[in-house]
Design a protein around this ligand. Structure first.
Ligand SMILES: O=C(O)C(=O)C[C@]1(C(=O)O)C=C[C@@H](O)C=C1
Length: 360
């Protein structure tokens, strides 16, 4: 698949002077709820009203969506407000029903993107239609799997495309619900600059108070839009209550976000600089995180040494590390002087940690 301007035609045709916003409840719950939220979002920057109709849940027994009934509510919301509508589909039957109810945009969820069979089934069911289809990243950070999903749709003649970055699952607990491996989205953007890239900060964070920050990072990285779960009574939502915001909060978030425009040479420079700095911030956070983890392991070694009455300084091991790191550094274009300085500082910090443990 080659990059093609055709993929972003649907977005350009909307003629927006701000990032695309897709908003609405995690799940359609009742007709009143869908209509209330639609009316609250009607005169805002929101273009597409979203609502989950069939909810893929990790474990059985949780609310699994109202089913086809909810599509009628979305259709009514469209009639009453003129907003376009969006929902998730996970099989051919969902697609058929969504088409019958004139849903404008369909997205393929993270659990479906991992399955080429499901994506193909959806692609086949959509053949010959002109719906916009967005593909969420697969749950695991695998760029080729994500791109494979897009390619399947593209080769089935679905050309109004886009991707949604909703973060990735990790075994390790982090402050995110799904960790935003931004480098992956950046790589995807480099390969396909005309493939609209939407960020879903609700699923990345899992917490409403972190949404703004992640949304700003996404815009700094040149994302084309945001999908933000919005509910009239978030605390009592039937699914994902902690990550939904009210329509008022959504409007405030959109107001506070800094949106970078490419209009003249100066703006282009600032835009580029902002994007690069955002990438550096992500890497720096990763460095601190990694160093923190290294020191925790050093603490464990310190505890072992205390039990066995072994000296903190282990020169042989230390010299092995230094030699190896100087060679690795050379391969990455890092000078020996820099590697020595940096690793001496790391070693010293590690010794300080262990000393504290041995003296305790
Ligand atoms: O390998 C050890 O024994 C450690 O305690 C770890 C470590 C390090 O931080 O890499 C720290 C102190 C020693 O001088 C050697 C290496």
């Amino acid at each position: 698949m080659e990059n093609s301007k055709e993929m972003r035609g649907w977005l350009d045709n909307l003629g927006l002077d701000h990032p695309l916003v897709i908003a609405g409840p995690c799940s359609a719950e009742t007709e009143e709820q869908v209509l209330k939220i639609a009316h609250d979002l009607k005169d805002t920057d929101v273009t597409y009203l979203r609502a989950g109709i069939w909810k893929p849940r990790t474990r059985p027994g949780n609310f699994e969506g109202v089913g086809a009934l909810g599509l009628k509510w979305l259709q009514k919301a469209k009639e009453e407000t003129g907003m376009l509508t969006a929902t998730e589909v996970a099989n051919a039957a969902h697609v058929k029903l969504a088409l019958e109810h004139d849903i404008d945009l369909l997205w393929i969820g993270a659990r479906s993107t991992v399955s080429p069979f499901i994506v193909q089934e959806i692609a086949d069911a959509l053949k010959g239609t002109d719906k916009v289809v967005l593909v969420k990243n697969p749950v695991n950070p695998d760029l080729s799997l994500w791109l494979g999903g897009i390619e399947r749709l593209y080769s089935s003649d679905i050309k109004k495309l886009g991707v949604i970055h909703r973060g990735f699952s990790t075994y390790e607990k982090t402050k995110y619900r799904n960790i935003p491996e931004w480098q992956l989205a950046i790589e995807l953007q480099n390969k396909f600059p005309d493939l609209p890239l939407i960020c879903d900060p609700s699923h990345i964070t899992g917490k409403r108070d972190m949404i703004f920050d992640v949304a700003q990072t996404a815009l700094d990285l040149n994302f084309d839009g945001l999908m933000i779960e919005t509910h009239n009574d978030p605390d009592n939502a039937w699914s994902d209550a902690a990550q939904q915001v009210t329509p008022d909060t959504l409007v405030q978030i959109m107001k506070d976000l800094k949106i970078r425009k490419e209009s003249d040479a100066e703006a282009e420079y600032n835009n580029k600089l902002g994007m690069l700095r955002a990438q550096i911030d992500i890497i720096d956070n990763g460095l601190i995180d990694t160093l923190g983890k290294r020191m925790k392991i050093s603490d464990e070694i310190g505890t072992l040494k205390k039990q066995k009455n072994v000296a903190v300084l282990q020169s042989k091991r230390w010299n092995e590390i230094l030699g190896r790191m100087i060679l690795e550094g050379q391969e990455k274009g890092l000078s020996e002087e820099f590697i020595l300085k940096m690793f001496k500082a790391i070693h010293q910090e590690s010794i300080n940690h262990q000393e504290k443990i041995l003296k305790a």
